[in-house]
Design a protein around this ligand. Structure first.
Ligand SMILES: [Zn+2]
Length: 286
């Protein structure tokens, strides 16, 4: 089984996770820029985080044989904090970088006016930078948040196939399927969405534009939920080709629209070190 986890926050995971993911078949990931669990107190805090996503984390993943990509945005939750507003002006600098394969996560957390303003502005940035968009749907008021999300996406003029609407469930799957956007499902260890329910959704709705992720972060989550969904698909009679389509070819097709995916196997370089935002090769001190 080869796996592309299209939504995982590796910054908050350990090297044990990288080893277990590789053993389970994970060969590439996308890490969306998001909230850190604790509010940032200034815009500069974002820039260090974005630099880590395009530099250090990409290097760290490669040391475990995994290709790392990221998405960059002002996240919905911190779009409400005036201390963070200037981040929007700095985004173009990051959206131009290698390894940035979409604008995201954008969207709604509590459905405020400030969230909507930041969301609309970042949809425009995606158009200007010719990048796809990863949209987070809220865990509360999911139906209303998803409905408004689809209205704003339609109004943006972005082609729906450039937009991935994430954290869906049985209640929101139909509206997004009808929109032409890609459908993302995050599989959690608790009740929000599990692999058994995911398999039922795939059986009912087909595999077209369907994307599965672990959304693993600093909270209770499981970076092997993509692999476990693949096993559940096999158990329900899906073919190896079906599993490959959902866990590899679909996310590759979506993020591949950026023209920036790196998917060839990593040649792990034990001599490499990472200093001052760049990789040094063959210079590890004896
Ligand atoms: Zn996330």
């Amino acid at each position: 089984m080869r796996i592309f986890d299209p939504h995982i926050h590796m910054t908050s995971r350990t090297t044990d996770d990288y080893e277990a993911m590789y053993a389970a078949g994970v060969r590439a990931v996308t890490e969306p820029a998001f909230w850190l669990g604790q509010p940032r107190s200034s815009a500069a805090s974002f820039y260090d985080y974005f630099d880590a996503l395009v530099g250090w984390e990409r290097f760290r993943a490669a040391q475990f044989g995994i290709r790392h990509h990221c998405t960059i945005a002002l996240n919905p939750k911190e779009a409400n904090d005036p201390r963070c507003a200037e981040v929007l002006d700095a985004l173009p600098r990051y959206l131009a970088k290698d390894g940035v394969v979409a604008v995201g996560e954008v969207g709604f957390d509590s459905m405020t006016d400030d969230e909507e303003k930041a969301f609309v502005r970042q949809l425009d940035l995606a158009g200007e930078h010719d990048l796809p968009v990863l949209v987070h749907t809220p865990h509360r008021d999911k139906v209303e948040g998803t409905r408004r999300t689809l209205e704003l996406v339609a109004a943006s003029g972005l082609p729906p196939e450039r937009v991935l609407v994430d954290h869906l469930n049985e209640v929101t799957v139909d509206m997004v399927a009808g929109s032409g956007c890609w459908l993302g499902f995050s599989i959690y260890p608790d009740t929000k969405m599990d692999e058994r329910r995911m398999v039922r959704i795939l059986a009912d709705h087909g595999l077209d534009r369907m994307i599965v992720n672990s959304a693993a972060d600093w909270g209770r989550s499981d970076p092997l939920k993509t692999a476990k969904t693949g096993q559940a698909m096999r158990g329900a009679g899906f073919s190896e080709d079906d599993v490959d389509r959902v866990l590899w070819r679909n996310p590759v097709a979506f993020y591949g629209q950026s023209g920036r995916l790196l998917l060839d196997p990593v040649d792990i370089d034990q001599t490499a070190t990472f200093e001052g935002n760049s990789v040094l090769r063959g210079q590890r001190p004896a």
